[in-house]
Ligand binder design. Structure first.
Ligand code: MD3
Ligand code: FE
Length: 205
């Protein structure tokens, strides 16, 4: 594929996955999902988001992509990153400082994320760690926007670490396989779907 990709299928067992979902449910009480809007076009993302940690990723038509300390709708600071999430970073990141941002992406079946680079962070030497929960996502990754790409099925409990050359790769989610997991249920997730947590260092330590 591409150098610097760490792929850990089934890194998290069922109990660890349920612990993470419970932590996210509690985060949502304090920091509900918002719908980001693309700069210039004003188009809404089909993915909704929230964050935990001292910094959170947001986007709106006026301000564009950025990190900020407060929720765009409530104006309150993001809740802390749950310990169960920090434990995953410590196990796989091979980076001696804590993450500052944990972006929570929620994909209903039908949501997608177009091919993009993650370059809103100052500290590109730190890895990005991704945790997949719920329905399977078809993840696409390429070294260049036009060149060849690979597709990887990201299943519930899989962890990805993007470091080195992979850190500036192009990537996205082509589609969600609705009904492929029973992890996300109940009133918070009536349609199932997929949650992805991405852990990032934003500032230079
Ligand atoms: C490759 N999220 O939040 S996770 C994103 O499944 C994002 O929600 C996707 O792309 C998702 O920016 C993909 C895997 C991932 C995360 C971060 C990366 C791949 C990455 C950063 C750099 C390169
Ligand atoms: Fe990304």
């Amino acid at each position: 594929m591409i150098g610097g990709v760490g792929y850990f299928p089934e890194f998290l067992c069922g109990e660890q996955q349920r612990t993470l979902v419970a932590a996210i449910a509690s985060v949502l009480q304090e920091a509900p999902f918002f719908t980001p809007v693309m700069p210039r076009s004003g188009k809404s993302f089909s993915v909704c988001m929230t964050n935990t940690g001292p910094l959170g990723w947001v986007s709106d038509r006026q301000g564009g992509y950025r990190y900020q300390a407060c929720h765009p709708n409530t104006g309150r600071r993001w809740p802390p990153i749950p310990q169960s999430v920090l434990d995953v970073w410590s196990s796989v990141a091979e980076y001696s400082h804590p993450p500052e941002a944990c972006l929570v992406n929620y994909y209903r079946p039908g949501a997608r994320m177009g091919l993009h680079q993650d370059r809103d962070e100052e500290e590109l030497a730190a890895p990005v760690v991704s945790i997949s929960l719920g329905d399977t996502g078809l993840f696409r990754i390429a070294a260049d926007r036009q060149g060849p790409s690979s597709v990887v099925k990201l299943r519930s409990g899989d962890v990805l670490v993007m470091a080195g050359p992979a850190r500036l790769s192009y990537h996205g989610i082509d589609r969600i396989l609705g009904g492929s997991s029973r992890l996300l249920t109940g009133p918070l997730f009536p349609d199932g779907g997929r949650i992805n947590l991405t852990l990032r260092r934003v500032t230079r330590p």
